[in-house]
Ligand binder design. Structure first.
Ligand code: CO
Length: 222
């Protein structure tokens, strides 16, 4: 690797020389340092590129897997996300959660909801998911991922898919997902094999969600 680049990287990873503020100190003390994390890992973390392992069916009800389900659900809700996969909290196991609450949709204009085919749905815990394409029609829409924070891009996804998995009780379950739900299902299923939306995006549509603000403020936030 080019030395200059290495130096730049070093700048990013080296510890700040100034003293931490009280808030930073508190966050540092409170942060969970080992997976499953209470934060969402970011692109560049090798765990996001791993092919995740299946969870043996007889271990689904074990306290270890159950606490992972709880942590994943909590982090998803606390961050206000619609879905989250286990590798995103640092655990390379085949599991993801999804939930579309009514109040998520309240902040989205009705036109957008209709166009994207969004609808609320209850919490789903999907373990060892298998994906089947039901409608091959490709739909182009903007997509984002909390592990590629602040960026979005256009990604083509199939219109309808079916997920066959096990729920948190270890029982077989199905999720027939179409439109926006199909996008969520395909996005999260990709995380099981270390694939991110940036691998599938139309790269010329990659957008920093804050780009306008940088111009308004005349600066970056770092
Ligand atoms: Co994601």
């Amino acid at each position: 690797m080019n030395t200059q680049i290495t130096r730049q990287f070093h700048l990013y990873i080296s510890k700040p020389t100034r003293k931490r503020t009280l808030l930073e100190q508190y966050r540092h003390w409170r942060a969970v340092k080992k997976p499953p994390y209470k934060h969402v890992v970011q692109i560049g973390d090798p765990v996001l590129r791993m092919v995740c392992k299946e969870i043996p069916r007889n271990e689904i009800t074990s306290s270890k897997v159950q606490s992972l389900v709880q942590r994943l659900t909590n982090v998803m809700r606390r961050k206000g996300l619609t879905s989250l996969s286990a590798p995103q909290i640092g655990v390379p196991l085949r599991m993801f959660t999804a939930e579309q609450m009514d109040h998520h949709l309240k902040s989205i204009p009705q036109e957008e909801i209709n166009k994207l085919g969004m609808a609320p749905f209850e919490l789903k815990v999907l373990i060892n998911p298998k994906l089947q394409i039901v409608d091959e029609t490709l739909i182009e829409e903007g997509e984002m991922c909390y592990s590629v924070h602040n960026y979005h891009a256009v990604v083509k996804r199939h219109k309808a898919v079916q997920i066959d998995a096990f729920n948190a009780k270890g029982e077989p379950c199905k999720w027939f997902a179409q439109d926006w739900q199909a996008r969520i299902a395909q996005h999260e299923f990709d995380h099981m094999d270390g694939v991110l939306f940036v691998d599938r995006m139309d790269s010329r549509t990659l957008t920093d969600s804050m780009w306008k603000m940088y111009n308004d403020q005349g600066k970056l936030y770092w």
